[in-house]
Design a binder for this molecule. Structure first.
Ligand SMILES: Nc1ncnc2c1ncn2[C@@H]1O[C@H](COP(=O)(O)OP(=O)(O)OP(=O)(O)O)[C@@H](O)[C@H]1O
Ligand SMILES: [Mg+2]
Length: 588
């Protein structure tokens, strides 16, 4: 079976522990099964007045000694079986996380974070149950069943055994059925709970929008509905449980009654001794648990296997963007020359709507290329393709003359510094955010922050560079976040820098300052600036105007102005806006 084949190497590493654990389990069971004999012997001795206090003390001492060994054995099997189960869970989680990180953007676009979280928590927990408790239960239950039944038959009476055990078999079937229904109800309960958490999470993240649109009441109503649903699902689990327990008691009671009745009769008839009768009653109570456990096991095993299956799907997910067979390991760095030939691209599973269409361009190392165009025209997509977050047809993108697929991924990405449009800061200090993944001393970090015009802001924060930002720290403004991302990219000082709309949230003065620093800093290095404002890009060596994925216009600022096309009309509009703003300022 695929699931077992997958988990085997993990389990194998702990083979010895599992063996010791199982041996301890066997020992405990064997000792346990023996104890009723002692009570039987004492009873028989008392009845026939054949033992004195000394023998009783001796037997009790033996029972105590057995008890000590049983306790030690119980500790051992817990330690040696539950321990590895936890370790395997940890290893699986590490491996899964490592694997997840290799997967391509497409995978993360298609899978909800909540679902991935569920795999990391619920599924791994049920696999741990499967590898720990279920193994113990299955093993213990079957061994106990055999041993106790053997004792009953050999030491007491086969006839009595059959009569007493018959009702108990009901438990096994009943429990199996109960487990199935319970599992279904349990899943529903879990789903209801996960919907509830989703709702809370979403409302908390969107609390500003909710408040701004005065939707608190509506949100509360929606939440109350879900909360009620969650309660109902919980209640139905409790109901089933409370129905099952009394029924179980009934069956156990019935079995006990039958034992008393028939066992008493056999004892009176002299077929069994009083001691055997007493021991048998103990055996019956020892049988209840294995019967019960057998049903549980089937449930847990099926849950564990189902979880394994879901996890294997993740492990079998292949990273699509990898170093292929044609990768050229001799390439160790890039100079920054970029060449696009007929670059055409559509996102996977998007009905082949071209997001980029036949783009040709050439950027020499050290030049600055600017890209402007309406929202949705494909600017960020182009940046993604240069980072090889998605693959294109061979030959469409070359850097330093190498097809992009021949460049080792690590080299490619090390040689590109990137400020994504939705710049992201980790819940960490500003210093660590700026020096993300690179070892730099404080002076360099501060210089990068100065060049990105964020240094002064940082110094005003309570803890300066040690200020923690993100979810666990202070909230910094959109513009500050953006400039921190720019500082991070500048610090990397790579041959290629891509700024995706990275100056959208700064005022024109600061923009000018940052552009000035960029020119000084990036002399001789390639820079790609994506922007909406002409002021950001007018000094670039080349300007590409994207329109619905096509290169509508291409040239320098002066050439494009002369052309009197899209670029010119954007320019005119922005000039007009600027004039209006300035006039507005004068009137005030
Ligand atoms: N991951 C994705 N999967 C599918 N389609 C996408 C994806 N990302 C973007 N698109 C689509 O591709 C087109 C181009 O998007 P892109 O983000 O490149 O535009 P943009 O020029 O950067 O826009 P903006 O100026 O708003 O940032 C859009 O129609 C968008 O809906
Ligand atoms: Mg964009």
């Amino acid at each position: 079976m695929m699931e077992l084949k997958f988990i085997r190497p993990y389990v194998k590493r702990y083979g010895l522990q599992y063996l010791i654990g199982i041996a301890a389990l066997l020992l405990v069971d064997a000792l346990n099964v023996y104890i009723p004999r002692f009570t039987g012997q004492i009873t028989d001795g008392l009845e026939t007045h054949s033992i004195g206090m000394n023998e009783i003390w001796f037997l009790i001492a033996k029972i105590l000694l057995f008890g000590v060994f049983i306790a030690l054995g119980r500790f051992a099997w817990r330690y040696f079986i539950l321990g590895p189960a936890r370790s395997i869970e940890r290893e699986l989680r590490d491996d899964m996380f490592g694997h997840l990180e290799t997967l391509s953007m497409r995978y993360f676009n298609e899978h909800k974070t909540g679902d991935l979280m569920a795999h990391f928590t619920n599924d791994l927990a049920s696999i741990r149950m499967f590898l720990g408790f279920t193994i113990i239960t299955a093993f213990d239950a079957s061994v106990m069943l055999v041993l106790v039944l053997a004792q009953m038959i050999l030491y007491v009476s086969p006839k009595l055994t059959i009569v007493a055990v018959l009702p108990l078999i009901l438990i096994m079937f009943g429990d199996y059925y109960y487990g199935k229904v319970m599992h279904r109800k349990f899943l529903e309960k879990q789903q209801a709970f996960s919907d509830l958490t989703d709702q809370v999470q979403e409302s908390v993240s969107g609390i500003r929008v909710i408040k701004a649109f005065v939707q608190e009441r509506k949100e509360l109503a929606a939440f109350a509905r879900m909360n009620l649903f969650n309660q109902e699902k919980n209640l139905s689990v409790v109901k089933l449980y409370s129905l099952f327990l009394p029924l179980l008691d009934l069956v156990i009671g019935a079995s006990g009654l039958l034992t008393l009745l028939y066992g008493g009769y056999l004892a009176i008839a002299g077929e069994i001794t009083l001691g055997q009768f007493v021991a048998f009653n103990q055996y019956i109570s020892m049988l209840v648990w294995p019967m019960f456990a057998a049903g549980d096991c089937i449930t847990y095993i099926s849950q564990g296997l189902a979880s394994l299956k879901r996890i294997i799907v993740i492990f079998h997910e292949k990273p699509e963007i990898v170093d292929g067979f044609d990768v050229d390991r001799t390439i160790e760095s890039l100079t920054g020359e970029i060449d696009l030939k007929g670059l055409t691209f559509s996102y996977p599973d998007q009905d082949h709507m071209s997001v980029l269409d036949q783009i040709d361009l050439h950027v020499e190392a050290g030049e600055t290329l600017a890209i402007i165009g309406r929202t949705g025209s494909g600017k960020s997509t182009l940046a993604n393709l240069l980072l090889r977050l998605y693959d294109t047809e061979p030959g469409m993108i070359r850097m330093d003359g190498h097809p992009i697929k021949e460049i080792p991924l690590a080299v490619l990405r090390e040689n590109i510094a990137y400020v994504p449009q939705d710049n992201f800061l980790f819940s960490d200090t500003l210093e660590n955010n700026i020096a993300f993944g690179i070892k730099k001393d404080r002076k360099e970090i501060e210089q990068a922050a100065k060049d990105a015009c964020i240094h002064d802001n940082i110094m005003e924060f309570p803890d300066g560079y040690s200020t923690i930002v993100g979810e666990r720290g202070v909230t910094i403004s959109g513009g500050q976040k953006q400039r921190s991302s720019i500082a991070r990219a500048l610090l990397k000082n790579a041959p290629i820098l891509i700024l995706d709309d990275a100056l959208s949230a700064v005022d024109t003065d600061t923009e000018e300052q940052i552009l000035h620093n960029l020119r000084r800093n990036r002399a001789g290095k390639t820079t790609l600036i994506i922007a909406h404002r002409i002021s950001t890009i007018q000094n670039a060596d080349h300007i590409l105007v994207l329109d619905e994925g096509r290169a509508a216009e291409y040239g320098t600022h002066d050439q494009l102005m002369e052309k009197n096309g899209i670029y010119r009309s954007i320019y005119d509009k922005q000039q007009l806006e600027k004039q209006l703003q300035e006039e507005g300022g004068e009137i005030r």
